[in-house]
Design a binder for this molecule. Structure first.
Ligand SMILES: *Cc1c(COP(=O)(O)O)cnc(C)c1O
Length: 376
């Protein structure tokens, strides 16, 4: 079976993990600061706080932004559910708006239209590693006095047209290091902070609200256990040492797919970079033609030894969100159309040329069979 994702780990990861294990300092040890410093080095020197997951990072980021119960936060329905769930943890309300059909990111005009008197923030997601239109969202946020938290969990290495790496614009930004991301720590995540004060707050809240120097056991605020352990940090350090190599491997595979699939009629491919924005490849998601039955396609691909997945489902149409907020089909037509047709293909840096060919040949087959079936 060709899997959907597979993290690339090698001798350096093994070495650092083993050294850390043998050091017996497995949590709140030296690897945490080393990992944060290495990450900060890749993010324009901004303060970074490593946490136990991307979701934990989003939760602490919206708290640091000043979220309050009853606030409305405008965000995208085309995302992994964590970007909306983090608002519910604080009794705020996600207000979804439709996405841009090319980039699949939040549409700034739709975001503006979704604002009400109760709106306090914007939470864009750099979906599939393609930079969201931050200049437009930053203008909107400034005009309306809103905070901005960026979900950059899928976008480590992406670059905006103005040259700023995604996550370095001075907004609280969150990265994720689950094993399908550009780098992994197993579970893990990080918050990029605009200043040291924000980092201090997040460092404290990830550790039960404890004072930053750990000198005494006073807890001056509510906190959580969102710490990232030293073994995970060791893995992250090794991954960051070869971030460029990891990103280049993903670029290579994306290039192979885009070339091999360019002539498949009616198949939608991920948008190429435009206007100076640069994607960091996270997944390779195609849009099946309207006539192809996606579930049958997934099944037929599986029979040919290839794992694929409908990706992503629209958040507002998940049963929990429907029931809680009364969402229904038809609210966000662009998002719903994309969510209905999108299919993630196996995607990771170690995918060989031969495996890409195998996936492409199978997809062509399966599409022809499904479409012929529909015509009969
Ligand atoms: C991966 C991801 C997250 C964080 O996921 P965790 O499993 O909590 O690390 C958040 N948002 C998006 C869009 C993601 O892809």
């Amino acid at each position: 079976m060709i899997p959907l994702a597979k993290p690339l780990v090698g001798p350096r990861e093994e070495q650092l993990l083993l050294e850390t294990l043998r050091s017996r300092r497995l949590a709140l040890g030296p690897r945490l600061g080393e990992f944060e410093a290495a990450l900060s080095g890749r993010l324009n020197g901004l303060p970074v706080s490593a946490v136990s997951s991307g979701t934990a990072g989003l939760h602490l980021a919206v708290r640091a932004a000043g979220i309050e119960p009853g606030d409305e936060v405008v965000t995208t329905p085309f995302s992994f559910v964590a970007s909306a769930n983090c608002l519910l943890y604080e009794q705020a309300r996600p207000v979804f708006c439709d996405i841009d059909a090319r980039t699949l990111n939040i549409d700034p005009e739709a975001a503006a239209a979704g604002l009400t008197a109760r709106s306090t923030g914007l939470l864009p997601v750099h979906i599939f590693g393609y930079p969201a239109d931050m200049p437009a969202l930053e203008t909107l946020a400034a005009e309306r006095g809103l905070w901005l938290v960026e979900d950059a969990c899928e976008a480590l290495g992406a670059v905006h047209a103005d040259g700023a790496s995604v996550g370095t614009r001075g907004n609280l930004s969150v990265f994720g290091f689950y094993p399908n991301k550009q780098i992994t720590t197993g579970e893990g995540g990080a918050v990029v902070c605009p200043d040291d004060a924000a980092k201090q707050r997040i460092d404290s809240e990830r550790n039960q609200g404890r004072a930053p120097d750990m000198g005494w056991l006073d807890h001056d605020r509510l906190g959580f256990n969102y710490r990232l352990d030293d073994l995970s940090c060791a893995l992250g350090i090794a991954q960051l040492e070869r971030l460029d190599e990891l990103l280049a491997g993903r670029d290579r595979v994306a290039g192979l797919y885009s070339e091999a699939l360019a002539d498949v009629e009616e198949l939608g491919l991920p948008c190429p970079d435009a206007d100076g924005d640069r994607r960091s490849w996270f997944v390779y998601v195609v849009q099946l033609p309207p006539g192809v039955d996606r579930d049958s396609a997934v099944e037929a691909m599986r029979e040919r030894g290839i794992d694929t997945k409908p990706y992503l489902p629209a958040i507002h149409l998940m049963s929990f969100y429907r029931e809680r907020f009364g969402h229904r089909e038809g609210e966000f037509p662009v998002c719903e159309d994309v969510a209905r047709r999108s299919l993630a293909l196996p995607f990771f840096g170690e995918l060989t040329d031969g495996e890409v060919e195998q996936v492409v040949a199978a997809l062509r087959d399966v599409m022809a069979a499904t479409t012929a079936g529909a015509a009969r």
